[in-house]
Design a protein around this ligand. Sequence first.
Ligand code: HEM
Ligand code: HEM
Ligand SMILES: [Fe+2]
Length: 466
Amino acid sequence: MKFSSQRVALPYFVAALILFTGQIVFGLIAGYQYINGTFLFPELPFSVSRMVHTNLLIVWLLMAFMGAAYYIVPEEAQTELYSPKLALLTFWIFFLAGALTIVGYIALPYDKLAAWTGNALLPTMGRGYLEQPLPTKIGIVLVALSLLFNISMTLWKGRKTSLNMILVGSLWGLALLFLPSFYFPVDTVKASYSWWWVIHGWVEGDWELILSALLGFILIRTTGIDREIVEKWMYVIVAMTLVTGIIGIGHHYYFIGAPEYWIWLGSIFSALEPIPFIMLIVFALRILLQRRREHPNRAAMLWAIGTPLMAFLGAGLWGFMITLAPVQRLAHGTNFTAAHGHLAFFGAYAMVSLSIISYAMPLLRGRQANSESAQRWEMSGFWIMVLSMVGIALTLTGAGLVTVFLQRTGANPMAFMDVQDQARIFFILREFCGFCFLGGLLAYLYSFSIAGEYTFDRETRNALNH
Ligand code: HEM
Ligand code: HEM
Ligand SMILES: [Fe+2]
C-alpha cells in the first residue's frame, strides 16, 4: 500500500465478506427448502430466501468492486484519493441501505414493501436480481455517482495508466447499465429487453472488463512484470469481450417475442463469448510463468490463477453448453441454468473479489503478506470452496438433465413437480456440497483472525518495495 487514503478500501472488503457469509446462509436455507418444501414456511418462504440470497450476492460483489476501486485507483494514479471522507460516508450509506433493504425483504410481504416504498410512482420492482425497492435503487445510483466522482477526480489529477482508464471506464459502464432497471413497462417484451440489458450487460460485458482490470493489477503487483505486456493483453481481452458480448445478448431474446434474426445472431455471437475467458487464462498463465519475483502472498497468486480457470469453466463452458438456440429450447430455465449461474458468478466475480481481497487485505493491515500458517488456512478455504462449487454445479446439472429428459423431450412429458421428485437426490447432494462450501468459507475467514506476519529476508522485501 502506497497511499494512506487507500485504507478506505478496508471497510468495503470487510462488509463484502460479511454479506458473502449471509448470502451463503440464505443459499443453504433456499437449498434446504428444495428438500423440505415447508421449511420456515410461512415466515421465510422460498421466494424470499432466494431473493435475499441473490441480492446479497449482488450487493457484496458491488462492495468488493468499490473497495477494489478505492484501493487500486490511487495506487495506479500515484496520488491520494480525491476524498477519503466521501468514500467512507458512501460506505456507511451503502451498507445501511443494503441492510435495511434485506430487513425489508424478510420482515414485510413483498407487495407491502412495494406499496410502502413508492413502487406505484415508478414501477421497478419484481424482476430477478433487480427486486430492490425504488429508494434502494436510487440509493445505488447515488452511491455509484459518489464513487465515480471520487475516482474520476483522482484519475484526473494523477497518472493515467491504461489499466486505470479501463477500470474507471468500466465502473462508469456499471452505473450506466444499471439505469435500464428503472424502465419496467407493462409490455413484457420491452420489460425483458431492459432486464437483460442490465443483467447480461453487466456479467457478459462490463464486469468482464472490471475482472480483467483487477486481475491485471494483481498480476502486475505480484509478478513485477512490465505493465506494457499486461496492458496489451487487456486491450485485446476488452475488445473481444465487447465484440462477442454485446450482440451475444441475443441468447436471451430467443423466446421473449423478439425478431427471429436474434436466433442466429444470439447463437453465433454468444458461442464466441468463451474466447475472452480463454484469453484470460492464457494471459494469467503467461504472466505468471514470466514472473520476475516470488511474491510472499502465495494465496493471492492461487486466487489469481484460479479465477480465470473457474470463470472459463462456469461462464465459458457451462454457458456455451446452453447457449445455442436448439439447446436453449430444451435447457431454458432448468437447473442447468442455475448450474451455469452458480459456477459463473462464483468462478468469475466472487473469485476475482476474493483475489483482490486476498492481495490487498494484508497490505491494508500493515504487512506484505500473511504468515505461512494463515496462508495455509486461506488456501484450504480456496480448495474447499472451489471443489464444493464444482459439486454444486455438477449436481444442478444432473437435476437440469432430469428435467430436459423427463419434461422437455419424449412423447409423454412429466408434470413439473413429478420431475422435481425424480431429481431429489441431486438436491440433497447439492445441499451437502453447500455445507462443504460453508466449511471452506469459514476456513477462509478464520485465516484473517490468525493473519500474523510473513517473515522473509531483506532482499525480497527490498525487491517488493522498489
Ligand atoms: C461471468 C459471466 C457470466 C455470468 C456471471 C453468468 C450468469 C448467468 C445467470 C445468473 C443466468 C441466469 C439468469 C436468470 O436468472 O434467468 C444466466 C443465463 C444464461 N447464460 Fe450466463 N453468465 C455468464 C456468462 C455466460 C456466457 C459466456 C454464456 C455463453 C457462452 C452464457 C450463456 C447464458 C445463457 C444462454 C443463459 C440463459 C439460460 C436460460 O435462460 O435458461 N452466460 N447466466
Ligand atoms: C452454500 C452454497 C449455495 C447454495 C446451497 C445455494 C443455493 C441456491 C438456491 C437454492 C437458489 C435458487 C435456485 C432456484 O431458483 O431454483 C440459488 C440461486 C442462485 N445462487 Fe446460490 N447457492 C449457494 C451459493 C452460491 C454462490 C457462492 C453464488 C455465487 C457466487 C450463488 C449464486 C446464485 C445465483 C446467481 C442464483 C440465481 C440462479 C438462477 O436464477 O439461475 N449461490 N442458489
Ligand atoms: Fe447472457
